[in-house]
Design a protein around this ligand. Structure first.
Ligand SMILES: NC(=O)c1ccc[n+]([C@@H]2O[C@H](COP(=O)([O-])OP(=O)(O)OC[C@H]3O[C@@H](n4cnc5c(N)ncnc54)[C@H](O)[C@@H]3O)[C@@H](O)[C@H]2O)c1
Length: 353
């Protein structure tokens, strides 16, 4: 298959590109490398993979990238609430306008299958167990941009197209383009550097998934496109609390100790247990990696110096975004297309969904 990964030089995309190339697919990565890093994209990506630098808000670039593709996968965007809160109009352009412009380009180019990377963050805080049919409850800008993009993409998709939405659990593990700012990787790197695992409260439930398993799932859905589908991506047995994660890190990292503090008011309020039954039914042979596996990978990478200084902004999208914005590397585009979609986003209310 000819597969286009939009935002494919990121944490997930660089792992997915490797896996898809190994399976013999023809992979093109389109990425603007929006974070200030000195990564050579060719070093992050597999041999034979085409790299096309572009802004994912540029309709012409999206159209060029879509020509002749069997599938377009959107995994660009701003990840997480802290990064999205830096500049909401920018978050809306990257997380709402860009996926819609990419879908429009893919449709014009006759691409049969579009895959959108969303997040289990759309569930916010819920009692009981959430499934793909649970009403979304976005608690911030990141989750809201994802929910509204999902809905808009579904409405745009015609009967002769496939749309797959992947709502990912929080991802952990090693990637050529490492991130250390999500909960498991951050706790592990911090434990290695300081011997401490700060834990404030920690009762919030959080589903987890290993970065390699996201690539495996993507490969499977790409070869089984079928109408419109949404999957929570993770596994039932990988539902944890933040305190469970801290305990696992404590067990894996020699000498590290949990440092308990009071629950903080500004703590991330996401709290949900997630069902991954739909994914398990569709792909029963997939065996998920454990939390411990991801912790060991990251711990080894930090301990052996593969990542240099783990506290560098390049491992943290929030700090990386601020650095990129301050140096003019990324900013609100305000193009007519972005403006149209920003206005649409701003006027969408829950009652019109
Ligand atoms: N990592 C997680 O824990 C997680 C969890 C749930 C969902 N997701 C979703 O998965 C997707 C990928 O996440 P990730 O962790 O790989 O993020 P990442 O930040 O590592 O990668 C995103 C990539 O997109 C590129 N990009 C973003 N906007 C762009 C633009 N306008 N033009 C050109 N390039 C642009 C960036 O340069 C970067 O390489 C995102 O949609 C994210 O919301 C990730």
């Amino acid at each position: 298959m000819r597969i286009v990964l939009l935002g494919g030089a990121g944490y997930l995309g660089s792992v997915a590109a490797q896996h898809l190339a190994q399976l013999g697919h023809h992979v093109t990565v389109v990425d603007g490398l929006i974070y200030l890093r000195d990564d050579d994209p060719h070093r992050l990506l597999p041999a034979g993979c085409i790299f096309a630098p572009a802004d994912l808000r540029d309709p012409d670039a999206l159209r060029r990238a879509s020509q002749g593709a069997d599938a377009v996968v959107h995994l660009g965007g701003l990840v997480g609430e802290p990064a999205c809160a830096v500049d909401e109009p920018l978050a809306v352009e990257l997380n709402y306008a860009s996926p819609i412009l990419a879908h429009e380009a893919a449709t014009r180019a006759g691409v049969p299958h579009y895959v959108f990377f969303s997040s289990c963050s759309v569930y916010g805080s819920r009692e009981g167990t959430v499934t793909e049919d649970t009403l979304a409850n976005p608690l911030g800008i990141y989750a809201r941009t994802k929910v509204l993009a999902e809905r808009r993409l579904a409405a745009m998709t015609t009967a002769d197209q496939h749309l797959t939405v992947l709502r990912l659990a929080t991802v952990h593990g090693r990637s050529p383009r490492q991130r250390l700012d999500s909960v498991v990787n951050r706790m592990t790197a911090h434990a290695l550097s300081t011997g401490r695992i700060p834990l404030n409260g920690g009762a919030q439930r959080r589903p987890l998934v290993h970065v390699g398993d996201v690539a495996l799932v993507l490969a499977r859905v790409l070869t089984t496109g079928k109408g419109q589908r949404t999957f929570n991506v993770g596994s039932d047995r990988e539902n944890y609390t933040i305190a469970d994660i801290a305990t696992t890190v404590e067990q894996v990292v020699p000498g590290a100790r949990i440092d308990r503090g009071p629950e903080r008011d500004e703590a991330d309020a996401r709290d949900y247990r997630t069902s991954f039954a739909r994914l398990a039914d569709a792909f029963p042979d997939l065996v998920p990696a454990t939390l411990e596996h991801g912790v060991r990978e990251v711990a080894e990478a930090v301990a052996t110096g593969q990542l240099g200084e783990p506290d560098l902004p390049e491992y943290d999208n929030y700090r990386g975004l601020i650095a990129s914005r301050d140096t003019g590397r990324i900013s609100v585009l305000g193009s007519p297309e972005c403006k149209r979609l920003h206005d649409e986003y701003a006027t969408t209310t829950w009652s019109t969904l």
